[in-house]
Design a binder for this molecule. Structure first.
Ligand code: SF4
Length: 156
């Protein structure tokens, strides 16, 4: 998997102070995409074991308390990304007690296949669906257009 950016301290993408990873690769080609440079799978940088370890350490860093990890892109649910994102999400749940996972994907919940649903089982909050320019609303929290739905799977 490739990624575009990693923000170890982020207060914009999800609630509270978080770590945020923007992965590479997205098939949805939404008109008006705000992250067009992340659409190619081979764009950005290689996501290494070292960075995975670094994210886990950041989430457990008691000097700057993070509420959780945000996964965006690109699309963390891109079929080519699912295995690596699943590995990371499992480690967050096993090694970072109490940290939540928020994820943004261009797929709707109903479109997810079995592998994507396995990854979903580690996600606390999913914002789903393509960005639809005609339905864009800058006043919306956590989403760009009002067709996108915030699914909350766990109470936190
Ligand atoms: S799902 Fe997101 S990253 Fe993918 S094309 Fe749409 S707006 Fe861009």
């Amino acid at each position: 998997m490739n990624y575009h950016q990693y923000h170890p301290v982020d207060v914009v993408n999800g609630p509270g102070t978080r770590c945020t990873l923007f992965v590479s690769g997205c098939v949805h080609q939404c008109r008006g995409c705000y992250n067009q440079s992340t659409q190619r799978l081979d764009s950005g940088h290689l996501f290494t074991q070292e960075l995975e370890d670094h994210i886990i350490a950041d989430l457990n860093d008691s000097r700057i308390k993070r509420r959780g990890l945000s996964l965006s892109g690109g699309d963390p649910m891109h079929p080519a990304n699912v295995a690596d994102v699943l590995k990371l999400a499992k480690r967050v749940k096993e090694e970072c007690p109490g940290k939540d996972i928020w994820m943004w994907t261009g797929y709707t919940l109903a479109e997810l296949d079995d592998a994507q649903r396995e990854l979903l089982s580690y996600v606390d909050t999913l914002i789903d669906g393509k960005f639809v320019q005609e339905r864009a609303d800058p006043s919306l929290k956590w989403r760009g257009s009002d067709n996108q739905i915030i699914h909350t799977f766990t109470l936190s």
